[in-house]
Ligand binder design. Structure first.
Ligand SMILES: [Zn+2]
Length: 134
């Protein structure tokens, strides 16, 4: 479950992006597309047109840290279950995993909303080059 994954599945990219040091979004002014920057992406390029994209870093919040914490706790609980053969640890692990997924989902929605507010300021700054259509 944990580990590098090279995939074209955007859901997996989002998931992986949450584990790196803070989520980053890439905004392409050409495609007008906002995407989560995949953790393995070194250059800030649009995945569709390979043009230059603007990076929008998302500051970490308690939800990001809660996700990191659960990422350590859940495998630990599974290890405890395997070692002690006590099913309550397994249920705790499953519960932790569900909480982790929910927090990741909510946090990503928040991150995207934050990134969208950032686009407006970015676009406004280059108004002379690229007029906003709003
Ligand atoms: Zn593009």
């Amino acid at each position: 479950m944990i580990g590098p994954k090279y995939t074209s599945d955007p859901e997996a990219d989002i998931y992986a992006g949450c584990l790196s040091e803070g989520v980053k979004f890439l905004y392409c002014p050409m495609c007008k597309e906002l995407r989560v920057k995949p953790w393995y992406a070194i250059r800030n390029r649009c995945q569709r047109c390979f043009g230059e994209a603007t990076v929008i870093p998302i500051p970490n919040n308690w939800m990001s840290y809660a996700t990191y914490a659960l990422y350590v706790v859940v495998p630990l609980l599974i290890a405890l279950y395997l070692y002690l053969k006590d099913r309550s640890y397994l249920y705790l692990a499953i519960g932790g995993l569900v909480i982790m997924m929910v927090i990741t989902f909510i946090n990503l929605g928040r991150a995207e909303a934050y990134a969208r507010t950032r686009i407006k300021t970015t676009v406004a700054r280059r108004k002379d080059q690229q007029p906003s259509d709003e």
